[in-house]
Design a protein around this ligand. Structure first.
Ligand code: R5P
Length: 322
């Protein structure tokens, strides 16, 4: 359709021009420059194309866009990530350390590999010129004041408009009231993620009456992966190597309730030793006496192979520097 279809006036741009007569019997090339077209001579014939696998386990067959987003979250060198989780408020309200996300969390962002949060806190409290990838909390529902885990998904357009590098939703395996609906949520979220190449992180909530052991977390983590999650967030427990082994995509651990700093660093260290691909840690960072010291110490364990005591020393040094 041209502008003439609307106005009857033919825009000069659309007016058919007579073809210029070819000067020779050479074909006319659709390029402005007809001379000095240089032949390529750098074909790297002695270097075969790289056919090695993608650096994150279980994800080599994924789409380019999905891998590209994962590459923003997981450090290329270590293959791991330190995600900073501060989505707790949608369940708990302004819990300790999250009273003022603009003051307490925004300054930590530069030390994290990824920010995990709700759309509300991101839009209100994190500057839009933040360049850290976002793992958007995409399910929401009830709070700690009622029956938990009756979550629904937010609109998929939100994840796109927030430029999310991943979308997170929880499943409550073993909770009779909410298991089916939360697994349906994650399954639907993976459908959306596949459509737009946005990875999904499955978050394993602990169902009521469930033992927090390797058997349970293996089941819950595997259910996330079976339903197409590209990342699984779960909890460290004894026998965690089995949880990691039976989950064919990267596994990160939540920190859980606030622990003394050395214990939290031991938790992260043990998880990494068992094959975890990093942490998605909240309270053990933002409820620490030195959140910046703690996130750097956790980064030392996750990326730099620091032992817990070495990381604790780093934490103490940063804390004492004020
Ligand atoms: C809680 O609803 C969230 O999924 C948290 O992001 C998760 O539990 C990680 O935070 P924390 O290290 O405090 O357990």
């Amino acid at each position: 359709m041209t502008s003439a279809d609307f106005t009857g006036i033919v825009d000069p741009f659309f007016r058919k021009q007579p073809n210029p007569e070819p000067k020779t019997d050479q074909p006319i090339l659709p390029m402005a420059d007809l001379d000095d077209i240089r032949d390529g001579d750098n074909f790297g014939l002695n270097k075969p194309a790289d056919t090695s696998s993608f650096y994150l386990k279980g994800l080599n067959s994924m789409d380019w866009g999905l891998k590209n987003r994962l590459s923003r979250i997981f450090n290329r060198k270590s293959g791991r990530t330190v995600m900073l989780a501060f989505d707790h408020g949608f369940l708990m309200g302004p819990t300790s350390g999250l009273e003022r996300i603009d003051l307490n969390i925004a300054p930590l962002a530069e030390h994290a590999d990824c920010l995990m949060a709700t759309r509300g806190m991101l839009r209100s409290c994190i500057p839009a010129d933040n360049t850290k990838p976002i793992c958007l909390r995409t399910d929401t529902g009830t709070t700690i004041l009622t029956e938990m885990n009756h979550n629904v998904l937010i609109d998929e357009a939100e994840a796109i408009s927030m430029n999310a590098s991943a979308m997170a939703a929880m499943i409550a395996v073993g909770d009779a009231a909410t298991e089916a609906s939360t697994i349906a949520n994650i399954s639907r979220l993976v459908d959306i993620g596949q459509k737009y190449s946005i990875p999904v992180m499955g978050v394993t909530a602990v169902g009521k009456d469930m033992a927090r052991d390797a058997r349970y977390f293996s089941l819950a983590s595997r259910v996330c992966a079976e339903n197409g999650a590209s990342i699984v967030k779960t909890y460290y427990t004894e026998g965690f190597e089995n949880v990691v082994a039976c989950t064919p995509v990267p596994v990160v651990i939540a920190g859980g309730k606030k622990l003394p700093e050395l214990e939290a660093l031991e938790l992260a260290y043990n998880a990494i030793q068992c094959g975890a691909a990093g942490v998605d840690m909240g309270r053990n960072v933002f409820q620490s006496d030195s959140p910046i010291g703690m996130i750097k110490a956790v980064g030392g364990v996750v990326h730099d192979g620091l032992k817990p005591q070495e990381a604790f020393d780093l934490y103490e040094t940063i804390k004492n520097e004020g």
